[in-house]
Design a protein around this ligand. Structure first.
Ligand SMILES: NC(=O)c1ccc[n+]([C@@H]2O[C@H](COP(=O)([O-])OP(=O)(O)OC[C@H]3O[C@@H](n4cnc5c(N)ncnc54)[C@H](O)[C@@H]3O)[C@@H](O)[C@H]2O)c1
Length: 334
């Protein structure tokens, strides 16, 4: 499991091994907005090499992966090189996958710079690359040695990306912590998404779930609440060239899956639907179900022609492995 650390303790750790080569992977935005803050705070990275990738989901692919590996070879990286990811979920996912495969595995430290990456993408070791418009078809589980959470990086993050991260914060709370879910929903999202105490509570919940089931065979599946439909909505938007962020797609996925949560009290569904539709644009999906099923079929958690969904019994209590077939889903989405 990754250790959550401050910038100064990551610096102290890296300074202890000055002979090790450090390579920072950033995207075109974080290299402009976050890199100088990082280097100002970390003496150990003054001489680090930098590999920059294009910002955005379109970079989460094999082409970017190969370009980073080629740059590492050119820079003389070896088994002892430490990769430092500085960016959102895209940079963290790509850097983690590179680190898991380069020379059969090198150390990676993650410095997430978006709300979403702080509470989710950088935690729990999973990484992924998209194949075409299908999300996360290649990937593995590679724990970062250290994940550095510092709100200084959120100062330059656009409001839309802060709210985007709140979708994943809420998801984490909805499956496991009723009190936290209500706290998040009662706060303006821009406040919730930059509140370091709330972020850290979400991180602790995710870590405690992952610790029990690192290989995603049981409880860890809870973290996919909203994701089966959400990923399909995200992939379809990518295919259609529409601008939809990951958290926004997951907010849609959570909204629509509530139709299948039969055990959940109606009053709680109403509270959640009101929150989600107030802060996110919810797309109707009834007439897109055939297209969405095409993407849902690629979901890694399916078995025996059924979708293994995560549902809510109540706010703060998720249940996983809820086997549901196409017809049941279709009848609830009308
Ligand atoms: N591995 C996992 O467990 C996991 C979990 C959740 C999401 N994800 C993945 O994470 C990705 C989404 O992550 P994201 O929302 O962070 O997107 P992102 O990495 O694309 O970042 C969003 C945008 O914000 C910019 N940015 C990043 N930090 C900034 C800062 N501090 N100031 C200004 N701009 C900044 C980026 O350049 C980008 O344009 C998706 O690919 C998703 O599949 C992975």
């Amino acid at each position: 499991m990754e250790r959550i650390v401050s910038l100064s303790s990551l610096d102290f750790y890296l300074l202890k091994a000055p002979q090790r080569q450090k390579v920072i992977i950033a995207d075109s935005n974080t290299s402009e907005l976050c890199l100088s803050v990082l280097i100002y705070n970390m003496e150990s990275l003054i001489d680090a090499q930098i590999i920059e990738i294009e910002a955005g989901e379109e970079s989460k692919n094999l082409e970017t992966y190969c370009s980073i590996v080629e740059a590492l070879i050119e820079q003389g990286a070896d088994k002892d090189t430490v990769l430092i990811a500085l960016g959102g979920g895209v940079v963290c996912d790509v850097a983690s996958f590179v680190a898991s495969t380069f020379k059969r595995g090198i150390e990676v430290c993650l410095i997430p710079t978006t709300t979403l990456a702080m509470v989710d993408a950088a935690i729990g070791g999973k990484n992924g690359l998209n194949i075409g418009t299908v999300k996360n078809q290649i990937g593995n589980i590679k724990f970062a040695s250290k994940v550095c959470i510092d709100e200084v990086f959120l100062e330059t993050l656009e409001a839309r990306h802060i709210v985007n991260g709140v979708a994943e914060m809420l998801k984490t709370a909805l499956i496991a912590d009723r009190q936290l879910a209500y706290e998040i929903m009662q706060m303006p999202p821009l406040e919730a998404g930059t509140n370091i105490q709330l972020l850290k509570r979400c991180i602790r919940i995710k870590q405690s779930i992952v610790r029990k089931d690192p290989n995603d065979k049981a409880e860890r599946r809870l973290l996919n609440f909203g994701h089966t439909i959400g990923h399909a909505i995200e992939s379809l938007a990518m295919q259609e060239g529409r601008d939809l962020l990951h958290g926004e797609a997951i907010a849609n996925g959570m909204y629509h899956i509530l139709n299948l949560c039969e055990q959940m009290p109606q009053e709680e569904k109403d509270i959640l639907r009101t929150y989600l539709s107030t802060h996110f644009t919810i797309e109707p999906i009834a007439d897109k179900m055939q297209d969405l099923f095409n993407y849902m079929n690629a979901d890694k958690k399916n078995s025996n022609q059924c979708f293994n969904l995560v549902l809510l019994e109540s706010i703060g209590k998720g249940v996983y492995n809820c086997s549901t077939d196409r017809e049941q889903i279709l009848s609830c989405m009308k």
